[in-house]
Ligand binder design. Structure first.
Ligand code: BTN
Length: 247
């Protein structure tokens, strides 16, 4: 499975994720990338919005993996690609705050989302969306500004967005092709080395509404995170956790 890219560039869109899903439903091929300068309805995890001023990197990738097993690891592949691509293009090394945030010094620099469409038992397509705060100031993010970081502020200069995009796509192709060869463990090992939360005190909100504190332990091979809470080990799955932060 080799990915070749077909990048479609837009000015302003609602959400690259939405455009990619629409095109994928209409038959867009694997490797189609929707790239936009800004989004007016950017989507985050758990129905949250993703503020997307001009200057950021917003892209969504259409995938047709042909198998369902392990598909949830593609979010992790996206986060790894975004972290590695950012390091290579901008010299900034973000960590991954489980499950899918890119963080620098505890502040959020980017995020990854994946949506899947099934038809009957089979998987029709997956869209992996990646957003990185690039060339704008965090004060453009309103009340999220103090919890956010941008590359421009971190490196005190504008970053080259085309090279950031290329490096991220290169890294993603490597991870995706590895995943296709069954190298899930390699993905997990790499993610373990980049996790910001390992061994740290964390607080997380479960979808059932409870907020719990514990110590983040291990990233399991299926992408779940083990957190020790009052002496007991809980295995958290990304889709059950609304948010998680370090204390
Ligand atoms: C999160 O951290 O909650 C995930 C954020 C994902 C944002 C990206 S930006 C490109 C793509 N299009 C969207 O609408 N969302 C993703």
């Amino acid at each position: 499975m080799t990915l070749s890219w077909l990048v479609r560039e837009y000015g302003e869109v609602s959400s690259t994720q939405e455009v990619a899903e629409r095109l994928a439903s209409g038959g867009a091929r694997e490797g189609t990338v929707i790239l936009a300068e800004r989004q007016n309805s950017g989507r985050g995890r758990m129905e949250r919005r993703w503020l997307s001023p001009k200057g950021g990197l917003y892209l969504s990738i259409v995938l047709r993996p042909g198998r369902v097993g392990g598909v949830h690891l593609l979010t992790l592949a996206g986060a790894l690609a975004a972290a590695e691509g950012t390091r290579r293009a901008a010299g900034v090394s973000p960590k991954i705050r489980w499950p899918n945030d890119l963080v620098v010094g505890g502040r959020k620099l980017g995020g990854v989302i994946a949506t899947a469409s099934t038809r009957g038992e089979s998987l029709e397509f997956v869209v992996v969306g990646i957003g990185v705060n690039g060339n704008f100031r965090t004060d453009e993010l309103g009340d999220l500004s103090s919890a956010s970081a941008t590359l421009m502020e971190l490196v005190h200069a504008p970053v080259d967005l085309p090279s950031l995009r290329s490096r991220i796509l290169e890294e993603f192709a490597l991870r995706y092709e590895g995943w296709g060869r069954g190298e899930e463990l390699k993905l997990i090992r790499l993610a373990r080395s980049l996790l910001s939360t390992s061994g740290k005190k964390v607080e997380f909100a479960h979808l059932r509404g409870t907020v719990t504190r514990g110590i983040a332990e291990k990233l399991e091979e299926d992408g779940s995170l083990v957190v020790k809470v009052r002496g007991k080990r809980l295995r958290l799955r990304a889709e059950e956790v609304e948010w998680l932060r370090e204390l």
